[in-house]
Design a protein around this ligand. Sequence first.
Ligand code: FAD
Length: 430
Amino acid sequence: MAQIVVLGAGLGGTIMAFEMKEKMRPEDSLTVVNQGSTYSFVPSNPWVAVGWRERKDITIDLAGVFSRRGIGFRPEGARRVHPTENRIELNDGSLLDYDYLIVATGPELAFDEVPGLGPAGHTQSICQTDHAAEARTAFEALLEAPGPIVVGAVQGASCFGPAYEFAFILDTALRNAKKRDRVPMTFVTPEPYIGHLGLDGVGDTKSLLESAMRERHIKWITNARVTSVDKTMIHVEEVDENGKVKTVHDLPFTFSMMLPAFRGVAAVHGIEGLTNPRGFVTIDKHQRNVAFPNVFAIGVGVAIPPVGKTPLPVGVPKTGFMIESMVTATAANVAALLRGETPRAVATWNAVCLADFGDEGIAFVAQPQIPPRNVNWSSQGKWVHAAKVGFEKYFLHKVRTGKSETFYENLTLDLLGIRKLKDIHLEPTQ
Ligand SMILES: Cc1cc2nc3c(=O)[nH]c(=O)nc-3n(C[C@H](O)[C@H](O)[C@H](O)COP(=O)(O)OP(=O)(O)OC[C@H]3O[C@@H](n4cnc5c(N)ncnc54)[C@H](O)[C@@H]3O)c2cc1C
């Protein structure tokens, strides 16, 4: 028998555990290690921040879910992975051995890279549900005493969809409260143009997002490096195409949410052969680490190179569907190894994203992620908001019931022509 450990139970790790449970042999055992016992549906955090969702609406206690599925659960969290010993040291000092490890730890939020950034400084965050709950208090204070908003992402960020999404959600929430006329808004981003999204644009995202921002009176600064944040002012350097400082902006704010850069979590950061200098797990096309071939990785914690050169560092987003494709490939590959076969599954890493504005939204599909693409599609409409609500309900149902996938999910995705795996039969056996 083999002991399989999934490290991290967020969007990727939970469904990883369900899918692995189905694909492993009956004699194998599976344990999930997470920091705490609560699952939070991160994509709904922007709604928590404006009071459209309560924390309880988007969180699930994982202990019951995993025990019903016969999956071991350790909510102590990992202090350090020791891949040369095939062992994880947990935060309570205990040790957990593994034959196969799947790292799904998501990002560490690098607020410390910009002085004054983040909840410990002067800006809000929506990256974690706790942060979003704090941001809600700040948003309520803004409604009482309206003033300028600065929203966006800092240099090195890779998750731009939620930054745009939150700008538009704030606009909608402020219009609903009849306070928008007293709140000038500026979007600040290191992207070289609006709608780049870390993907060099998808379909017409440049025009769609610029036009939506003009319609909603949101000004923007691109190629923007945030140098520091004071209590009421964000200091920004706008650079030219060579990265030289062109203009300096001092932007006053009453409310600000700036997405930080991400890096790998401390439990894996700095392990020679396992992670890159930013602490992201390096993997081959089978989601497998080369130095430690019994270690796989999925989700935001994997290393993906940028799509091209930009004046400021702009990372590639790892969105929900892309992560699900990594999960499916990893489950197939670990299952193959368990049976003495060669791993052959390759995830498509297609970027499918729904950016909600609160009343409508923009959707895009990039297939593959790096241009030139077979599918390069974006669209705007009220249906996107409805689809995002559907995604939330569906995903939370999936986690509550411990299902890795349903017939309907496959059907819908197949109808759209979106697949999670490259045709694995095309992958030659070694
Ligand atoms: C605000 C926001 C909105 C987003 N909206 C969307 C969206 O609408 N659609 C979309 O497709 N994508 C969206 N994304 C992108 C992406 O889908 C999410 O970030 C997703 O949650 C990433 O999944 P993950 O499993 O990699 O990491 P996470 O969901 O962050 O999970 C990581 C897990 O690992 C655990 N962990 C961390 N360190 C340790 C440790 N040392 N030991 C044990 N456990 C540990 C954490 O507690 C957590 O449970 C959004 C991202 C953000 C930040």
